[in-house]
Write a protein that binds this ligand. Structure first.
Ligand code: FAQ
Length: 310
């Protein structure tokens, strides 16, 4: 009966036994996972756009090859995540279409422009750095296919974060102009990166249930704090600063205190009114339309193959 199924599910969650694709699960758990994994997948593929903007203008062949590998990795992450979402019974095309129609979200961070090469380094260092803090926690998410996808993704994100830090280190040790460019990129990305962790715990409608189901192991604010604690020493090592006058080490708590996030800005971006929301969705719609002949060709080939095999 449903009560027995529910009991069995609850017992597994309590005992930290992963829920697998064919196991019984409450419909709300399934829907919540499709929402979060889908949003996560969309973020990976939309997230390719800001950096891809600089592929043809990378300052050296080495930087170009490294950035190309990183951007390709993000496409791969999208694929693992769409596959994880499909194990829950949704169709990839359906959730992708919802993203294209603006009915499903992707991370707010990718709605900010990349104005110069320093931004590419800062994305690798700070955006991938924030993504790792969030995703290491998700390696222990209760849904097995999601948690396992996260393990490989985190290893690759760790390479991304280091390539970003290496690129910003070169600028930090460079000319006055390079140092100024880097500081400007940090100033523009700092607050949007902190917003990646989502609304504050007092304003996060999904957190309580997602934590009870052990999809989320830490709250939005806990992970944001961990990221700030990790990152301030790196900022200092670079000789750079954050655009936050309230940022200070707090001996008593053993954490860095930081200023209030502009929650209005996060809500505006999430609602589709960020600087680049329109441009990003246009680019993905155009790519989807331009790829129609590839999908048609692949389907025609598959059906021809199926009929000759029969
Ligand atoms: N942007 O109740 P909560 C990457 C939405 S990393 C947009 O707190 P939840 C790597 C939220 O969906 C970035 N929307 O929600 C990379 C919900 O909306 P809904 C991707 C946001 O789910 C690097 C509503 O607000 N990482 O891509 C944001 O418990 C470089 C209420 O929020 C992930 O997606 C936001 N910042 O916690 C790629 C990680 N924050 O669905 C390329 C997986 C909140 O009710 C280049 N996701 N919302 O309409 C998560 O861990 C969680 O979903 C959170 C939000 C923590 C993002």
């Amino acid at each position: 009966t449903d009560t027995q199924h529910q009991q069995h599910f609850d017992d597994k969650i309590a005992a930290d036994i992963a829920i697998e694709a064919k196991d019984w699960m409450p419909d709300a758990y399934r829907q919540n996972l499709i929402r979060q994994i889908g949003q996560h997948a969309h973020s990976e593929v939309v997230g390719m756009l800001p950096e891809a903007n600089w592929l043809t203008r990378a300052p050296s062949l080495r930087r170009k090859a490294v950035l190309l590998a990183k951007v390709q990795d993000e496409a791969g992450h999208g694929l693992y995540l769409y596959s994880a979402a499909e194990t829950l019974g949704c169709s990839r095309q359906e959730i992708y279409q919802k993203m294209l129609d603006g009915k499903m979200k992707y991370s707010s961070i990718f709605n900010y422009p990349t104005l110069n090469w320093a931004d590419v380094g800062v994305i690798g260092w700070l955006v991938d750095g924030a993504a790792i803090v969030n995703q290491v926690a998700l390696c222990r998410a209760s849904y097995g296919p999601y948690a396992r996808a996260m393990v490989k993704i985190c290893k690759e994100e760790s390479f991304h974060q280091r390539q970003g830090y290496e690129a910003v280190m070169a600028m930090a040790n460079g000319s006055n102009e390079q140092q100024a460019m880097l500081q400007d990129a940090i100033n523009r990305f700092w607050w949007p990166v902190l917003m990646m962790f989502g609304p504050s715990d007092t304003d996060s409608p999904h957190s309580a249930q997602s934590m009870a189901w052990k999809i989320k192991r830490h709250s939005n604010d806990e992970l944001r704090q961990k990221f700030v604690d990790n990152t301030v020493p790196q900022l200092e090592a670079l000789g750079m600063s954050a655009p936050d006058a309230s940022l200070a080490w707090d001996e008593a708590s053993g954490h860095y205190r930081f200023g209030e996030i502009d929650w209005r800005e996060l809500h505006e971006v999430i609602k589709g009114r960020g600087q680049c929301n329109h441009e990003r969705l246009q680019a993905k719609r155009r790519a989807w339309e331009d790829g129609a002949w590839v999908r048609d060709g692949a389907l025609a080939h598959a059906s021809k193959h199926a009929s000759t095999a029969a």
